[in-house]
Design a binder for this molecule. Sequence first.
Ligand SMILES: NC(=O)c1ccc[n+]([C@@H]2O[C@H](COP(=O)([O-])OP(=O)(O)OC[C@H]3O[C@@H](n4cnc5c(N)ncnc54)[C@H](OP(=O)(O)O)[C@@H]3O)[C@@H](O)[C@H]2O)c1
Length: 256
Amino acid sequence: MVPLRKPIVWITGASSGIGRAVALRMARDGWQVVASARRPAVLQSLASEPAIPAGAIVPVPVDVTDRSSVAAAVAAIEAAHGPIDTAVLSAGTFKPLRAASFSAAVVRELLELNTLGTANCLEALLPRMLERRGGRIVAVASMAGYRGMPTSAAYGASKAAVIHMVEALIPELAGTGVILQVANPGFIRTPLTDLNDFPMPFLMEVTDAADALVRGMRTDRFEIAFPRSLMVVMKAARMLPAGLYLRLMRRLVPAP
Ligand SMILES: NC(=O)c1ccc[n+]([C@@H]2O[C@H](COP(=O)([O-])OP(=O)(O)OC[C@H]3O[C@@H](n4cnc5c(N)ncnc54)[C@H](OP(=O)(O)O)[C@@H]3O)[C@@H](O)[C@H]2O)c1
């Protein structure tokens, strides 16, 4: 008889925020979670959480900006635990960028982590999943990738690139058994948004965000967007002509 094994999910950015909440939720749901981020001690304490079954979360520290380390980590995970059934690519960060202090270094940093970090993971995962004709990957982008917004010149660009990358790949994946999705959160209460000093409409709790993401993974929809209320507003804003949209955005910028 073939032994039954738990389905395996690999989560990047699992030491904090959305990635951590998804890891806990999926561990409780019976998945074998492989949790990655840079800080081993934080991953270790996640794995020791009393709320989850012992051994349900295995820490595998990795820096997603290091392409060869990502490839090595994916190979090691599959050698030790078996094929990755699902990957949630949540590693990422936000840094505000304003015109008066515009910095190419900030743009480079966010593209390196948010965009190329995701690309490194896709490069490691896609050939393996395509070869075995099965698997699901959710790349976490952001509603900030829909349109340019004040302070988001670097962050929005890095997330728009992720949305675009995923959308461009999906047609070729039809019929291969590999599902690729993009998750576009609005404002979620995490250490990332705790630093924000501006109003965050429809701010969502991180456990609700994890539930929404997990629900979205039960579908094959291109996009998993939450909270729904902000998604409706942001999608409407996406349809506005540039002149009107930019006049509205002007109101979010403090007077000079
Ligand atoms: N919170 C929101 O409102 C919101 C909205 C839209 C989109 N998002 C996106 O959702 C994702 C998660 O955000 P969050 O709010 O959960 O942020 P968070 O609490 O700051 O968590 C970010 C995670 O990324 C990891 N990370 C950072 N750099 C890394 C690297 N080089 N290699 C591997 N892991 C790295 C961090 O762990 P280490 O420091 O241990 O590496 C941490 O686990 C991000 O992609 C973010 O852009 C968040």
